[in-house]
Design a protein around this ligand. Structure first.
Ligand code: FE
Length: 199
């Protein structure tokens, strides 16, 4: 059942073995992700469960050397992210339903402002983010009455990456997303804390 995910992870690892630059990762990795989300029969139900309180991010695979990670994002009806950044490249492939991604840029006062039209992703569509191609966005479920699911690939163990959200009043807040289904990033943070205090 999960053979498509297994094939995807293997192919993505082989792509990264060839030390590609970012444009090639986004192009060829994006093509791999497009193949993965072209069919919706492989994601186990445990990784497709919405939560009424907030959108879920389930870790599907973390590369052992943290070159990349794969997660399923599960949007309950109407759920949305804050405006946030990633600090690494990311690929978003729509598996089920639809979502809107509104790009943002910082104005002279450091406030995040919408830039351009929101991009709508329908099942099968793939979008990219990164500090080079545009890293700030706000994402929401396009549907007010049903669940949507996208598959995300990032150039790091994204749940443990120190990044930021951008509140309406300006400035930015430190943000580590973690995962809905593992304590790994929390343990990771704790070990950094311990190293810092024992140094
Ligand atoms: Fe994002």
């Amino acid at each position: 059942m999960i053979a498509p995910l297994r094939d995807f992870v293997g192919a993505f690892g082989r792509l990264l073995d060839s030390a590609p630059d970012e444009p090639r990762i986004l192009r060829e990795g994006g093509a791999l992700l497009r193949t993965l989300v072209a069919r919706d029969d492989w994601l186990p139900d445990a990784f497709a469960q919405p939560d009424p309180a907030r959108y879920q991010q389930f870790l599907l695979h973390a590369d052992s050397t943290e070159r990349f990670s794969v997660a399923s994002f599960v949007w309950g009806p109407g759920q949305a992210t804050p405006i946030h950044d990633h600090t690494v490249w990311g690929l978003i492939g729509m598996l089920r339903g639809a979502e809107y991604s509104q790009g943002h840029v910082l104005d002279a006062n450091g406030r995040a402002q919408p830039q351009g039209d929101a991009v709508r992703l329908d099942a099968g569509d793939v979008e990219a983010v990164s500090p080079t191609v545009g890293d700030l966005h706000r994402v929401h479920n396009a549907h007010a009455d049903r669940v949507s699911i996208s598959i995300h690939v990032y150039g790091a163990n994204i749940g443990a990456v120190r990044r930021h959200t951008y509140p309406a009043e300006g400035g930015r807040k430190p943000f580590v997303s973690g995962y809905s289904n593992t304590l790994l990033p929390n343990l990771w943070d704790r070990s950094e804390e311990l190293r810092a205090t024992s140094a």
